[in-house]
Design a binder for this molecule. Structure first.
Ligand code: KIV
Ligand code: NA
Length: 270
């Protein structure tokens, strides 16, 4: 399996139609990347690692250094999927130049192929600046978690006509600026469908619509490894319960002196 490329994924949507939906999951560690890679077109080193890995209250405190460390691990653990690294809050918003410096540093540190950043029309010049200088950019509109302090929470977006128009306009502006794909998160379904139809690049939904050009979920959410998940998450397994059960069996065997057994101990010679 040769590693996919950004242009190959962008080309999956031609003349407004995506024959085969794009599959994306988050990965933060080498082992997760190894396990998910063959099944995915894209692996996202999401700044959701702030909550999922570090127990932070939001993605706002996540740093470039954290993204670089996890991004490098995910690239080392994958050989097939395109690895996209989230630009953390504060690393790109003030100017296209600042964004380029942050993004270039991330790509150098990690070996990833692309970055993702949040925001609509206001970020279009930055998307253009990076794309024209060798850094593919994935956009992210709708519910943008880095803006939680402005949005006031993580509820679905686009319930009013004005908000719906704004989100469609945001996606259109990013695509026209050269975004190779756009995540649309937490919007009422008709908006997700409208964006998918209106925008030339692939639209990757999360809490959006099955009619988007692709889907993304946080791997820990769909595996049952994270507790507070939004309603748009489908749990494909319950690994959290299984880990707890394994720990309980280990603890019981240690307390009964049943572990380690003969198979796990060294004889003087054999
Ligand atoms: O950080 C993240 O995991 C994301 C996805 C939910 C799209 O941005
Ligand atoms: Na993110």
């Amino acid at each position: 399996l040769k590693r996919l490329t950004v242009p190959a994924l962008r080309a999956r949507k031609a003349d407004g139609v995506t024959a085969e939906p794009l599959v994306m999951l988050t990965a933060y560690t080498v082992r997760t990347a190894q396990l998910l890679d063959a099944h995915c077109d894209l692996l996202l080193v999401g700044d959701s690692l702030g909550q999922v890995v570090y127990g932070l209250p939001s993605t706002v405190p996540v740093t470039l250094e954290m993204m670089a460390a996890h991004g490098a691990a995910v690239v080392r653990g994958s050989w097939h999927a395109v690895v996209v690294v989230d630009m953390p809050f504060g690393s790109y918003e003030t100017s296209p130049e600042k964004a380029f410096e942050s993004a270039a540093w991330l790509l150098k540190q990690t070996g990833a192929a692309a970055v993702k950043l949040e925001g609509g029309e206001a970020m279009a010049p930055t998307v253009r600046f990076l794309s024209e200088r060798g850094i593919p950019v994935m956009g992210h509109v709708g519910l943008t978690p880095q803006a939680v302090n402005v949005l006031g929470g993580y509820g679905a977006r686009g319930r009013s006509a004005a908000e719906a128009d704004k989100i469609v306009g945001d996606a259109r502006a990013l695509a026209e600026a050269g975004a190779f794909a756009i995540v649309v998160e937490g919007v009422v379904e008709p908006i997700a469908v409208a964006i998918t139809e209106a925008v030339a690049c692939p639209i990757i939904g999360i809490g959006a619509s099955a009619r988007c050009d692709g889907q993304v979920l946080v791997a820990e959410d769909m595996l049952g490894l994270f507790d507070r998940v939004p309603r748009f998450v489908k749990k494909y397994d319950d690994l959290g319960t299984r880990i707890g059960e394994a720990a309980a069996r280990y603890a019981a065997e240690v307390r009964e002196r049943a572990f380690p057994g003969a198979a796990q101990t060294y004889a003087p010679r054999d």
